[in-house]
Design a protein. Structure first.
Length: 289
C-alpha cells in the first residue's frame, strides 16, 4: 500500500480511505469514500441524501453523512461534513451507499435551516415535490420528534395538508393576505385546459371574485412545454373572463405591500367589499403611516 501511494498509483482520499486509481474522483466515488470514512453505520444524510432522492438539485459542496454518537469520525473539510444521531439505526435505508429515508431526510434538512420560517418553507417545498404523504411525514415526526423547530415543522405539514404546494405560497399567504387583511384565497384550484387538469395557485371565486393569482417560483421559463402550457392557461383564463395577476419570489419577498395593494385593487374592482376584510397587521405599512 505504501509503495503504491508513494509511486502515485494510489492516493489517500480521507483518513483510512484510499483510492486505488488516479484522476479526479467521480461523485459516486466521493459518496462511497465519505461513507467508508464514517465507519460501518455511516449513511448519507441531509443535503446529500436529498440530492440522491432527487428532492433538490446536485450542487458542489461537502458530502454530508450521519454517524452514531459513538463514532470517532469528524468533519473533513471541504469534502465531508459529519452529523451525529442517536436514531441512526431507525432512519437509514440499505442502499449503495446507504442514505437516510426520504421522510427523515426532509426533517433533517428542515432542522438544519437558519430560522423557523426557513424550516417551514423547507417542509412545504420538499413534501410537495416528493411523493411522500403528509400522513407519513406526521408519523415520522411523531416517532422521532425534532428538538429544533418542531413547531415550525408541524406548521409546514399543516400548510401542505391544507393545500399549499410551495414556499412561495406560504410567503404569499402570510405576507400578502394575512398581514394586509385580504381574504384567504383558495389554494391549488383545478381548471381544465385542452382536456387536461391544470392547477392555479390562488383563486378568489369563493369570495365572489373571478381572480387568479399565479405564483411563479420556477426557474423553467425557457422550457418550451412549460411556456406553451402557461400560454394556453392564460388564454383559457382570458376566454373565461378571469382577471389574472402573476408574482414571483422577488415580488412577494421584497414588495409584499405593493403586491397586496394590486391584489386589493383587483378584488375591489371585481366586486369584493373591503368591509369583509380583516384588520391589516403589516408592520411595514404601519411604519409608513
Amino acid at each position: 500500500m505504501r509503495a503504491n501511494i508513494d509511486a502515485g498509483r494510489w492516493r489517500i482520499v480521507l483518513p483510512g480511505v484510499i483510492a486505488t486509481f488516479t484522476g479526479e474522483l467521480s461523485r459516486t466515488a466521493k459518496l462511497h469514500a465519505a461513507v467508508l470514512y464514517g465507519g460501518g453505520h455511516a449513511t448519507l444524510s441531509h443535503r446529500t441524501a436529498a440530492e440522491e432522492w432527487n428532492l433538490v438539485p446536485v450542487i458542489e459542496g461537502p458530502i454530508e453523512i450521519t454517524v452514531p454518537y459513538t463514532s470517532s469520525a469528524v468533519s473533513q473539510p471541504p469534502m465531508v461534513l459529519v452529523h451525529r444521531s442517536r436514531a441512526l439505526a431507525y432512519t437509514a435505508v440499505e442502499m449503495r451507499p446507504p442514505r437516510t429515508r426520504t421522510t427523515d431526510t426532509i426533517v433533517d434538512l428542515a432542522v438544519s435551516q437558519r430560522t423557523p420560517r426557513e424550516a417551514t418553507n423547507t417542509i412545504v417545498d420538499l413534501v410537495s415535490r416528493s411523493r411522500v404523504l403528509v400522513s407519513t411525514m406526521d408519523a415520522c415526526v411523531a416517532l422521532r420528534p425534532p428538538f429544533r423547530y418542531r413547531a415550525a415543522i408541524l406548521l409546514g405539514l399543516a400548510l401542505v395538508r391544507n393545500g399549499l404546494m410551495s414556499a412561495l405560497e406560504v410567503e404569499y399567504q402570510k405576507e400578502v393576505e394575512d398581514e394586509h387583511g385580504l381574504p384567504a384565497g383558495d389554494k391549488q384550484t383545478p381548471f381544465e385546459v385542452d382536456g387536461k387538469t391544470l392547477w392555479e395557485d390562488v383563486t378568489y371565486d369563493s369570495h365572489g371574485v373571478r381572480l387568479t393569482v399565479r405564483l411563479d417560483g420556477r426557474a423553467t421559463h425557457a422550457m418550451a412545454s412549460v411556456a406553451f402550457r402557461d400560454r394556453r392557461r392564460d388564454n383559457a383564463g382570458e376566454l373565461a373572463g378571469r382577471a389574472r395577476l402573476v408574482y414571483g419570489w422577488q415580488d412577494v419577498r421584497t414588495s409584499p405591500c405593493a403586491v397586496a395593494a394590486e391584489v386589493r385593487m383587483v378584488l375591489v374592482r371585481e366586486g369584493w367589499d373591503p368591509a369583509d376584510g380583516r384588520e391589516p397587521t403589516c408592520p411595514r405599512c404601519r411604519a409608513r403611516e
